[in-house]
Design a protein around this ligand. Sequence first.
Ligand code: NI
Length: 169
Amino acid sequence: MIYPIVKFGKEVLEKPAAPVASFNGDLEKLVTDMFETMYAASGVGLAAPQIGISKRLCVIDISSGKDPSRRLVLVNPQIIDVEGTQAEEEGCLSLPVFRAKTPRPLHATVRAQDVTGNYFTQTGEGLLARAFCHETDHLNGVLFIKYLSRLKRDSIKRKVRKMMKAGEW
Ligand code: NI
């Protein structure tokens, strides 16, 4: 099932999500739906709050569906180590149209549970490190525009308000 993606302006995107406590068939179904929704939107990452579900869960595939071995499910993830810096263009399915050079660590290590509840640790570099940080941020109610200059952030917010008024958001 493909969910509609919640856009910036909705409260669910800016509040901390609740930990996942049950590892069952419902969670598996939700993960399947999240991958389907992410691929349909041509994204490389999707967090549960982006489909209106305030739970600490996200899916990532930096191959955009081309390489099934790249599929990652992070349940209750925590960034436990970061190293270096990068500043590439970043976007978010909840802020379509807008992309901006966003500072992030070059390497990021995440500790999370998989869909069955087993803990694992993985280090990502470059785009994967960016995705780990971006998606984990979503679960804390943080969007990438937080890391932009105030000028740039305000400009994006102003454009969103304009689009909301015009019924285009
Ligand atoms: Ni996002």
